[in-house]
Each structure stands twice: as C-alpha cells, then as structure tokens.
Write a protein that binds this ligand. Structure first.
Ligand code: BES
Ligand code: ZN
Ligand code: ZN
Length: 504
C-alpha cells in the first residue's frame, strides 16, 4: 500500500474518495470542522441538508457517501460517524479508518485521501497516522484464504494523509511504517487462526515460523518431542499424546544487543482443541482451530519486533500441539511431571492450555527471561465474563501490569485486570499431586492464572486470557468475522515501550 503525506486542502486533492468524520452532536472534530464547512459550501449546503433530514446521524461507524460531481477534486466524499464526542478515544479513529476502507473497497475505491483524524482532540499527528494505517489494513483483512475465485484486495492502492501540522512532518514516515508492520503482523496472526487444523498442524506452524525467521533474521530453534522428554516437559507431552501429529516447541529469538533484560512472549498453540477425553460439546467446535491464537500472536509480534529492529532482546515461545482423544491420549486422573519437577493431577483433559503453558513458562525462566508475558485462549470463564469485549489481564507486578495496560490502550486492545487472590489456590488443591489442573468453573479464569503463576519463578509476569476476544462473532463495519489477531498490537507496543530507556 502506498501511503503519502501531502500538504494542501483535502477538497483540492485528487482521490477516488476523501474521508471526513462527524460526531453524533453533528460537529466534526476540531481538525476537520473548517474543512467540512468549506465542503458544505462547495456542495451547495448538501452536508447540512443531510444532517437536517437525519441521513447523517454521526453514530459510530455510520457511512454516508456523496458524489461530488466535479464540485470538489475528490470524486466522492465519505462521511464516517464517530459516535458521541464524550466517548471519543483513539479506538474511534482506528474504527473509522477500517469502516471507510471496507466500505469504499466494496465500491471499487482504493485511492483514498483522509485527514489526520483526532489530532484536534489530543492525538499526536504521528499516532493518528499510525492509527489510520493500522485501522485501514485491519479493516480490509479478508478470511477467504481457501476460496478459489477472485479474492478481495487486502490493501488500498493509495492512502493520502492530508494537511499534517508542518512540525510533525518528520515523525510521520516512521509511524506509517510501524503501522504497516503492525497491521501485517496482525494479518499474519489472523491468517494462522483461519487456517484449519488439517492444514496448520504443529509442524506446518513451525515451518511458517522458520520461513519468517529466515526472512527477518530471527534465531530459531524447534524443540522436538525427544527434546521435550529430555527437558521433562510432561505437560506438553501429555496433551500431545492423543494426536498423530508430533508436538513442537518453537523458540524464536530477537537479539539486537547484549543488554541485560530478556522479554519472553509465550503463546498457547493448540492447533485444535477437541477437549480430548473430556470431549467438548459439538457446537462451535470448529472455532477451536483458533486455539493457537496465542502462539499466532507471538509469531506476529516477533516478526514485527524484528522488522522494527527494536533494541530489546525478546524470546518468543510457541508450544504447539493438538488436543485429541485416542487410545494413546492422556486421561482424567493422570499425574503429570512438568518441567522443573512440579506435579499436576489432570481433572479435565480440556484444561490443556495451562498444562502446555506450565512447561513453556518454566522453559522461558530456564532460558533467562527477566520479564514474561503469556497469551492464551485459556478459559471459557473469561469469554463469559467479557463477552468478547475485553481480554483478561493478570499480573503479579504493578509496574509491569501498568506497562501492559498502556500498551493495550495504544494498540486499541481492551485489557481488564482480573484478580490473583491467594484463595484461588484452594480450587487447585490435589490429594495426590502438587496441584490439579481444574477445580471449579467458578473463577476459572483466575484459577488457571494461579496455576500458571507457579511456573514463572516470581519474575515480573503478565498473563493475557484472550478467550472471547480472539474471535469476532459477526462482521462489523471495521472488522471481518473470525480470528482477530488480538494481542499482536499489545505485545508490539509493549516491546516498543520497553525499548525506550528509563521505562519498564
Ligand atoms: N480453549 C479452551 C478455552 C476457550 C473457550 C477458548 C472458548 C476460546 C473460547 C480451553 O482449553 C478450555 O477448553 N477450557 C475449558 C476448561 C475447563 C474444562 C476446565 C473451559 O473453559 O470450559
Ligand atoms: Zn480445552
Ligand atoms: Zn484450549
């Protein structure tokens, strides 16, 4: 996608469509009110009359298309609703950009000009530029990987960013590039989530990781089952036992400097979760091809971190396996010896994510991680609590939790803090082993997080439960249905923040 920054007035620059925004209060954000007024005059009062007749209401992601018929340089004007002014946040800019790009693609318009939305409301011009690029490309994502006919384009031909404040000019280019890299990483995670389990096996996932590592110079190591056995990874091996597909533990390392810290990103990579012997009910089981969304997010983030050349050492760990029932499958009642020696009694084979993560987290510690983030489609309880509108954030370290919250905010990914009260440990008490993998559905998002905590050796750690946010149930004006790539943006922003000196 070609992105260009241009001085000048949007109504005087050629484009297939120019995009402006409006609030429910029928005012435009400060940076575009004067533009909208001028356009209204040029169009003989058409905008005002559309407002009066109620065709433009300004509600979130409403679209009104006007053909300008030679009265403005752009052939069309698209007015996108931003919702209530008091509810405005950077998410509105992303969504408006995604809505515009999706709406205009349907009408064959791929050369678009836009104002730097939100710059009059406290968003820095470079940040607005990044939001516009990320929002447009994420909006244009299509899940039609295996359709054999003509596929819809996933990008614009040209995005013109018009009239930036002159002092911002030099900051825009890197922001546009970062936006493009982030959006491509999110699309990668979404592609991986969309790939069905018959195609994206653990080995195929590892293959994809190897190709990416080769392209951007990440170090890669793939642990095979015999390596896992040597390391004592009884959790990962038990979950893998029921599958014909060998498990893999992919380790990617971005090592730009010899600095002291090492951020580990650990993602749950269940390429299909049937529940195993504790078989799941049939409804929506096909969505469990996306139970590797955590691992996909880690791969996407590692790819972006390498391309952005961030001056921070980062380790990406992706434990990959299927969870299937068979004569070789692990069973309820089994006791597993995990890496580092802790034992877990299996109550439900469907609580498999915490078992593979236990080993992967212990491995992260062994590899010298100083900070650990794990990301997982871990519990139905989290999906029930938030209805897909936020991911659960758990952390034992206030500064690190704060860093993640801020990263999530910048990425437009809602994170909501959930508790790790010590009493949750009671749910995991086992008569025969150090802990059990499941106690009760009540509080299970926290119970599962408490289990993971046993494996991070008191390092600053945060756990993101993305069950619910990893899948978009119905298409939205700014987002296709299916895998969302959630977490990629947050981890990139976190790594960017940790790359800057004097911050966590
Ligand atoms: N992968 C699921 C969690 C999940 C549920 C992700 C819905 C996305 C959407 C996880 O492995 C699981 O099966 N959890 C069970 C655990 C329970 C049996 C202890 C759950 O939450 O129902
Ligand atoms: Zn499960
Ligand atoms: Zn699962």
């Amino acid at each position: 996608m070609e992105t260009r920054v241009l001085a000048g007035e949007i109504e005087q620059l050629q484009a297939e469509a120019a995009v402006t925004t409006i609030f429910e209060e029928k005012t435009a954000p400060p940076e575009s009110q004067a533009v909208l007024d001028r356009i209204d005059i040029a169009l003989g009062g058409l905008i005002k009359s559309l407002i009066q007749t109620g065709e433009i209401k300004g509600c979130a992601n409403e679209t009104t298309l006007v053909h300008t018929q030679g009265r403005l340089a752009p052939a069309r004007l698209l007015v996108v609703g931003l919702g209530k002014r008091e509810e405005f946040s950077p998410i509105c800019v992303r969504r408006a950009a995604g809505t515009a790009a999706r709406f205009l693609r349907k009408r064959g318009c791929r050369r678009i000009s836009t104002l730097l939305h939100g710059t009059g409301l406290g968003i820095a011009p470079a940040e607005s530029a990044r939001l516009l690029v990320e929002g447009s490309l994420m909006g244009l994502y299509t899940p039609d990987l295996h359709k054999t006919g003509e596929r819809e384009p996933r990008n614009l031909e040209q995005l013109l960013l018009v009239n930036p404040p002159p002092e911002a000019a030099s900051s825009l280019e890197p922001a546009l590039r970062a936006g493009e890299i982030t959006a491509e990483a999110v699309s990668l995670a979404r592609d991986l989530g969309n790939e069905p389990a018959n195609i994206l096996t653990p080995a195929a996932f590892a293959q994809r990781a190897a190709e990416i590592a080769r392209n951007v110079g990440l170090q890669i190591q793939v642990l095979e089952e015999e390596d896992m056995r040597r390391q004592g990874m009884g959790g990962l091996l038990a979950v893998a036992a029921g599958s014909e597909q060998p498990a893999k533990l992919v380790s990617l390392q971005h090592k730009p400097t010899q600095n002291a810290g090492l951020l580990a990103l650990v993602g749950k990579g269940i390429t299909f979760d049937s529940g195993g012997i504790s078989l799941k009910p049939r409804d929506n089981m096909e969505q469990m091809k996306n139970d590797m969304a955590g691992a996909a997010a880690v791969l996407g983030a590692m790819w972006a971190i390498a391309r952005l050349q961030l001056p921070l050492s980062v380790l990406g760990l992706m434990p990959l396996t299927e969870n299937l029932p068979s004569g070789k499958a692990y069973r309820p009642g089994d006791v597993l010896h995990t890496m580092g020696g802790k034992t877990i009694e299996v109550i439900s084979t469907d609580a498999e994510g915490r078992l593979i993560l236990a080993d992967a987290l212990a491995y992260a510690v062994q590899q010298g991680a100083t900070h650990i983030v794990d990301i997982a489609t871990l519990t139905g309880a989290c999906a029930v609590a938030f209805g897909g509108l936020a991911s659960g954030l758990f952390s034992t370290d206030e500064d690190f939790a704060e860093a993640l919250a801020e990263a999530g905010e910048l990425a437009g990914e809602r994170l909501w803090r959930l508790p790790l009260y010590p009493e949750y440990r009671e749910a995991l008490e086992s008569k025969v082993a150090d802990m059990r993998n499941f106690g009760t559905r009540y509080g299970d998002a926290s119970n599962a997080a408490i289990l993971l905590r046993q494996f991070v050796a008191d390092k600053p750690w945060a756990h993101l439960d993305i069950a619910g946010t990893e899948w978009n149930e119905k298409p939205r004006p700014y987002l296709a249905e299916g895998p969302t790539g959630v977490g990629v943006g947050t981890m990139i922003r976190l790594a960017e923040r940790m790359s800057r000196p004097a911050e966590t």
